[in-house]
Write a protein that binds this ligand. Sequence first.
Ligand code: ZN
Ligand code: MN
Length: 498
Amino acid sequence: MNLEPIIGLEIHIQLKTKSKMFCSCSNLGENEPPNTTVCPICLGHPGTLPVVNEEAVKMGVKLALALNCQINRQSIFARKNYFYPDLPKGYQISQYESPLALGGHLTIVKGDFEQRINLERLHLEEDAAKNFHFKDKVLVDFNRSGTPLAEIVSKPDFRTPQDARNFLQELRLLARYLKVSDADMEKGHLRCDANISLRPAGEEKLYPKTEIKNLNSFKAVERALTYEISRQSRLWEEGTAPRTQATRGWDENEQKTVEQRDKEESADYRYFPDPDLPPLIFTEEAVSDIQSALPELPQAKRLRFVKEYGATLADVHTLVEDEAVADYFEKAISEGRSWLEAENDALGTSEEIWALNKQKLTKLIAGWLLSELFKLMNAEGIGIGDIKITPENFAEFITLVYQRKVNSSAAQIILKQMFATGADPSHIMEEEDLTQLDDAATLEEAVAKVIQANPEQVADYQKGKTPLLKFFIGLAMKELKGKANPEKLGEIFRDKLR
Ligand code: ZN
Ligand code: MN
């Protein structure tokens, strides 16, 4: 049977405001001792009144606009009623009939092509407290109670678990660029429920879905969905496809989903408008002010890096993954460009010089940044914000490589020293005497020595064992303390041994 998976996501993003959604308690309670960032409002005492946190609303609007949603001119907070120990009011303040925003989409990149994932809505709500289960008791920490959340509901637009994972990763990146959330799944700043059903390929109708809860990592989302596809496929093959909606939880240890209590229908929550909170009203002007203050978003940055700098898609993806890395890269490029222009100002206009050289410069900068510099950073476990190499010095380093003033092994040594001390690359090059040896007489002398000392290998080479060239270059390089230009050595050897 040819079955098609239909997947949708429901995502909660914790907004990183200073205070909570409806009271002035600190929103950093996760780093504080239990039950210390609380007040009568977020503890749900009777007679208290919530007040909307303007910063949380602004963050919600930013996120909604970045996701291309339509902001409702008026949105309404509603009470979602249910009983649970982590919810002392007996209801959660959320939004139901008039959410903050409707529609929207996010584009995910799949190799060379893009896929648009459509969204249903985005609304604001407060988080519940957190239960801690012990052997014989449950303790409640109210620090999280009242934390602002943005809930995003997607349309069932995903067809593979990998797409769902890509979407979540792109959403995390977006939230970080907007500075509305760290969106760390492991810390629960980004939480995701996935729903999935299957249908015979070609059919338009949707079948009852199964919701999967407790997905705490990107990997878990992908694995749980993959597991469900094979479980539900089996049910279809056996003629027992799910006939009602169900809820399952992901068991990380067993790597499988397990059945949970049946999900309440929305009717069970007895939603109604919260009489304590006025509607949120947005003027066109207020929305467009926020819209025009949005930063450049990841996908726009990727496209610009390709267009402006001639960077490769693969490099661009890694560069944009961390905004600080993207900024560093751009600063280095701009320094490199000034240098190129100063160096070649007789050869044309600045645009012409740039057009001729940008690809080569970009490739060097991205290459050294993403491989060698990242390697050094990873070994120390630090991010680009903490390194001692300024983008200016990094660009200068690249110009040494660009001009072949140093060969690649000398360049590695220089970069390592820059990383350790933050020193200037030209300075290190001179201090350590690492300037590439280019002078023909010196190179020829070393080549002659190697040829004289290895008559057997020379004879083999001349009989056709050409890979020996590498061996000769290695010996000459050693003779010259690793500073020679390897291409030139190769040329001289080929010439002398002909
Ligand atoms: Zn409070
Ligand atoms: Mn929710």
